[in-house]
Ligand binder design. Structure first.
Ligand code: TXA
Ligand code: MG
Length: 322
C-alpha cells in the first residue's frame, strides 16, 4: 500500500487524477492548487465548471492554510467531527483556485476518515480536490471496482482502499453565515451536529446545491426510481412488473421474507448504517441485472435516514430529456 500511495502522490504532483478511497465514497482527486488538473476533473466527470468541489486536507490543524477565517462554530465542528464525514463551507483562502470553487468566494473543506486517504494526504502534503468519482448525475462509487467500471482510463491511477464504510457522502455544513446550516445531509447526522452545537440546525432544502441550473436528478442509476412508503413497496412493485417493467425492489427489512413478483429484490438491512453503506451498491446491482424501474422503500428521515432519503429523492427526481 505504501508504494501505491507513493505512486498516487507522483501522479498528483505531475498534474494527474487519482481516484482515492474515503470513508464516504471514492473521490476523483487532483492537486487542489493545480488549476489545470482541477479543470480536468470537470472534463472527466462531465460536470459543469460552476459546480464547486471539496478540498480534502490531512488534518484540522491545516484548515487555516485553506480558508480566510474560521468562526468559532466551524472550529468546534472541525475539532469534534474530523477526521470524518463532515464538510465545512468557509470563506476561500488564496491557495484555493477559483476553478475548484466554481468561482465562489467560499470553499468546502474536509478531513476524510480513511487510513489510505490520510496516508495519501500526509505524504502529498497539500490539499486534494475531489468530487465523487462518478460521471455527473450518476451513482457515487463505494468500491474501487465501481470507479474502474465507470471511469476506466479517464483516471490515471485508482488507489484501492476497499469498500467505503459510511456509503453516503459527507454532511455539508455552511458556517459562513450566522447559524450553521446543513446544505447536504450525510454521514454525520443532524442530531449529532445539534448535540455538539447545543441548538437546532436547519437543513436547507436545496440538497447542498447552491449552483443555479443544476438538475434535480442526481445520484441516479440508469433505471428510473420510484419511492414508496414501506407498506406500499410490494404493491407498487408488483403493479409495475405487471405493466411490463423489469422491476428492482429495495424491500424494507421488516418484509425481508415476503415473496415479491419482481425482476430482482434486495432485502434491505435493518440498520440505517448498513442501508447507507449498501445503498449505491444496491442501485448499481439492480442496473446491472437489467432493471428499468426501481421501487425503493423510503426510510424514516432521522439519523442517517435523512441522508438516505435525500439521495433516493434526488435519484427519483426528473431526468434531463435526452
Ligand atoms: O463525502 C463526500 O463529500 C465526497 C468524498 C469524495 O469526500 N465528495 C463529494 O463531492 O460528495 P461532490 O463533488 O460529489 O459533492 C460536493 C458538494 C456539491 O454538492 C457542491 O455543490 C457542494 O459540495 N459544495 C462544494 N463547495 C461548496 C461551496 N463553496 N458552497 C456550497 N456548496 C459547496
Ligand atoms: Mg457527487
Amino acid at each position: 500500500m505504501t508504494s501505491d500511495i507513493e505512486r498516487a502522490v507522483g501522479v498528483l504532483r505531475a498534474g494527474g487524477l487519482v481516484a482515492l478511497p474515503t470513508e464516504t465514497v471514492y473521490g476523483l482527486g487532483a492537486n487542489a492548487e493545480d488549476s489545470t488538473a482541477v479543470a480536468r476533473i470537470f472534463q472527466v466527470k462531465g460536470r459543469p465548471s460552476s459546480h464547486p468541489l471539496i478540498v480534502h486536507i490531512g488534518s484540522a490543524r491545516h484548515l487555516d492554510d485553506w480558508v480566510e477565517e474560521v468562526p468559532a462554530t466551524g472550529r468546534l465542528l472541525a475539532e469534534r467531527f474530523w477526521p470524518g464525514p463532515m464538510t465545512l463551507v468557509l470563506r476561500r483562502g488564496h491557495r484555493v483556485p477559483l476553478e475548484a470553487t466554481g468561482g465562489l468566494e467560499t470553499v468546502a473543506v474536509r478531513v476524510p476518515d480513511h487510513p489510505v486517504a490520510l496516508g495519501l494526504l500526509s505524504v502529498f502534503g497539500g490539499g486534494v480536490t475531489a468530487p465523487s468519482a462518478n460521471r455527473f448525475g450518476s451513482v457515487s462509487p463505494t468500491t474501487a471496482d465501481h470507479v474502474r467500471a465507470e471511469l476506466g482510463d479517464a483516471v490515471d491511477f485508482v488507489l484501492d482502499g476497499g469498500r467505503c464504510e459510511v456509503g453516503v457522502e459527507s454532511t455539508i455544513v455552511d458556517v459562513t453565515g450566522g447559524a450553521p446550516t446543513v446544505l447536504r445531509p450525510g454521514g454525520v447526522t443532524r442530531e449529532d451536529l445539534e448535540t455538539v452545537l447545543g441548538r437546532p440546525v436547519a437543513v436547507s432544502d436545496t440538497s447542498g446545491v447552491r449552483v443555479p441550473g443544476q438538475h434535480p436528478s442526481h445520484y441516479a442509476p440508469r433505471a428510473r426510481v420510484v419511492l414508496a412508503d414501506p407498506e406500499r413497496v410490494v404493491a407498487e412493485a408488483e403493479l409495475a412488473q405487471e405493466l411490463g417493467h423489469q422491476v428492482g425492489v429495495l424491500l424494507p427489512a421488516s418484509l425481508a421474507t415476503t415473496p415479491v413478483k419482481a425482476h430482482a429484490v434486495v432485502a434491505l438491512p435493518p440498520s440505517m448504517g448498513a442501508y447507507a453503506r449498501g445503498l449505491y451498491g444496491f442501485l448499481r446491482g439492480l442496473d446491472r441485472q437489467g432493471c428499468d424501474l426501481i421501487v425503493a422503500s423510503l426510510p424514516v428521515e432521522e439519523g442517517l435516514g435523512l441522508a438516505i432519503a435525500n439521495r433516493l429523492r434526488r435519484a427519483a427526481g426528473p431526468r434531463p430529456s435526452a
